[in-house]
Design a protein around this ligand. Structure first.
Ligand SMILES: [Zn+2]
Ligand SMILES: [Zn+2]
Length: 148
């Protein structure tokens, strides 16, 4: 929080970026949900063993730069569209049909080790056995397919 001209500015502004930096998001809201997803599609997309993503109100997310899109149909039939940089391939955001008021952003795109920790863990049937999650994290039904 910063004080400017006597007014307390409570809006958090975060920048998310692809690897090469041509595609960025400017987000002027706190995350409404931070989750990890262990599903195989998130493993493939991220190249890691789980995806970590934060969701923000879409109307507080401004996209700058060129993006390409990939539509993935989930196990439960959900349609999720991923926006990624055509130059370096990093996914910077995605949204799921029917839930367009929220935009998901891969947490790594913020390059911020101080980013809030996940509160929900999804699709644990695909979790690598060595992954240890924060104590008390909420487990979500894996029938819910919305990419975390
Ligand atoms: Zn890029
Ligand atoms: Zn997933």
């Amino acid at each position: 929080m910063h004080c400017r001209r006597g007014r307390v500015m409570t809006t958090e502004v975060r920048i998310a970026s692809c690897s090469c930096g041509q595609l960025t998001l400017t987000i002027s809201a706190a995350p409404v949900r931070v989750s990890v997803c262990h599903c195989l599609a998130c493993q493939r997309r991220t190249g890691s063993v789980f995806g970590t993503q934060a969701r923000f109100p879409t109307d507080r997310v401004v996209v700058n730069g060129n993006s390409s899109r990939y539509l993935r149909i989930g196990d439960g039939g959900g349609r999720t569209t991923y926006d990624f940089c055509p130059l370096c391939g990093s996914t910077v955001c995605y949204s799921t049909e029917g839930q367009e008021r929220l935009t998901a952003v891969p947490v790594g795109a913020f390059s911020d080790p101080g980013f809030p920790a996940p509160i929900v863990s999804c699709y644990e049937t695909r979790k690598h056995p060595w992954v240890v999650l924060p104590e008390g994290i909420e487990r979500e039904d894996e029938e819910v397919d919305r990419s975390g």
